[in-house]
Design a protein around this ligand. Structure first.
Ligand code: AMP
Ligand code: MG
Length: 327
């Protein structure tokens, strides 16, 4: 565990389409030495550590201030690396991986013995993803180990889509940042549990439910009902998450947003209005960057006009409503 003060974190620029192997090698050596490296993926920046090294994984939780019950996603360079982390590979996992990997889809499956409890929150399953971003892939190949990586931000805060966002949240708490420019997707991966008899959507993301169902048939939405007497909700199901530091409220319509903004402005507050509209993939790509910028601008409130409640907007609405949730 890191209880000493670390120096400011170096940023290592890399060309996102053709990352310099020497720079990638330095980052991979850090991972192999049990250190923490942030790197770009097609979703958001991840805070990576060797997934098979319990002390390195503990470092992720310490840097983020992440609750130990919230498991992290394990990234692999290639589907052939899955058996190192998964005990079984159900049919639904195979079908979904064939269609969507490499890409922004995370599959929850029974974990292999070698995966430390720290990665899974102590549970019997592991979340696995094979990312498409060339920098993430190069790092995974060079490291030669699976990399556990949650989003590279303090727990509960906005995810980073640039190296500057990572630095703002975690400077001095990790060993290097591979800067491959802005992440193209801008929202976290879709998380699907394929470890049981039904396929379950645990977190909406860039791959939509309609896309999943075209491959595996019906998908249940959300975690299974809590077992009687269960002390904790399913992992990652915290109501408040993905939140800017500025208080944020959601409105379903422009009228409602105008009404809310008027109330706060009358009370003397500085109010920012964000209208989420247009093409869902374009809006997703810029959502966190816009929220980071509004955070920096010193508003008292952010009022967001939500997009419609359709499948293609599901992930954006999920993040915004969680950002607005009370602690
Ligand atoms: P983040 O790493 O910050 O993008 O968040 C990872 C997401 O994957 C969270 O919602 C986790 O709860 C979820 N996740 C990771 N591992 C598991 C698992 N074994 N079972 C269920 N959800 C998981
Ligand atoms: Mg996160």
């Amino acid at each position: 565990m890191r209880n000493f003060v670390m120096p400011p974190t170096p940023i290592w620029p890399v060309d996102p389409s053709a990352p310099d192997p020497t720079v990638v090698r330095r980052a991979a050596d850090l991972i192999r030495a049990g250190r923490l490296v942030a790197f770009p993926t097609e979703t958001v920046y991840g805070l990576g550590a060797n997934a098979l090294d319990p002390a390195a994984v503990a470092g992720i939780y310490a840097a983020k201030g992440r609750p130990a019950t919230n498991p992290v996603i394990v990234h692999v360079a290639d589907p052939v690396a899955v058996p190192a982390v998964a005990a079984t590979w159900p049919d639904a996992a195979r079908q979904l991986a064939e269609r969507f990997w490499p890409g922004p889809l995370t599959l929850v499956v029974p974990k292999a013995e070698a995966v430390p409890d720290g990665v899974t929150g102590g549970g019997p399953t592991v979340a696995v993803r094979c990312p498409a971003h060339p920098v993430a892939r190069a790092l995974l190949v060079a490291a030669g180990v699976p990399i556990a990586a949650p989003s590279a931000n303090r727990s509960g805060e906005l995810s980073p889509t640039t190296a500057a966002h990572v630095l703002r949240s975690l400077d001095g708490k990790l060993d290097a940042i591979l800067d491959g420019g802005p992440c193209p997707g801008g929202l976290e991966s879709t998380v699907v549990d394929v470890s049981g008899p039904v396929v379950r959507l645990l977190r909406p993301g860039l791959i939509t439910v309609v896309q999943l169902e075209a491959v595996v048939g019906p998908v249940e939405l959300g975690p299974p009902p809590a077992a009687p007497g269960a002390a904790l909700p399913a992992p990652g199901m915290l109501a408040r998450h993905y939140a800017p530091r500025t208080a944020l409220e959601c409105a379903e319509t422009a009228e409602e947003a105008g009404f809310l903004a008027g109330l706060y402005e009358t009370a003397g507050l500085k109010v920012a209005r964000l209208i989420v509209t247009g093409a869902p993939v374009v809006a997703a790509a810029r959502l966190y960057a816009d929220l980071h910028a509004l955070d920096e601008a010193g508003y008292d409130r952010i009022i967001v006009t939500l997009p419609p409640a359709t499948d293609e907007w599901r992930a954006v609405r999920d993040r915004l409503t969680r950002a607005a949730a009370e602690e």
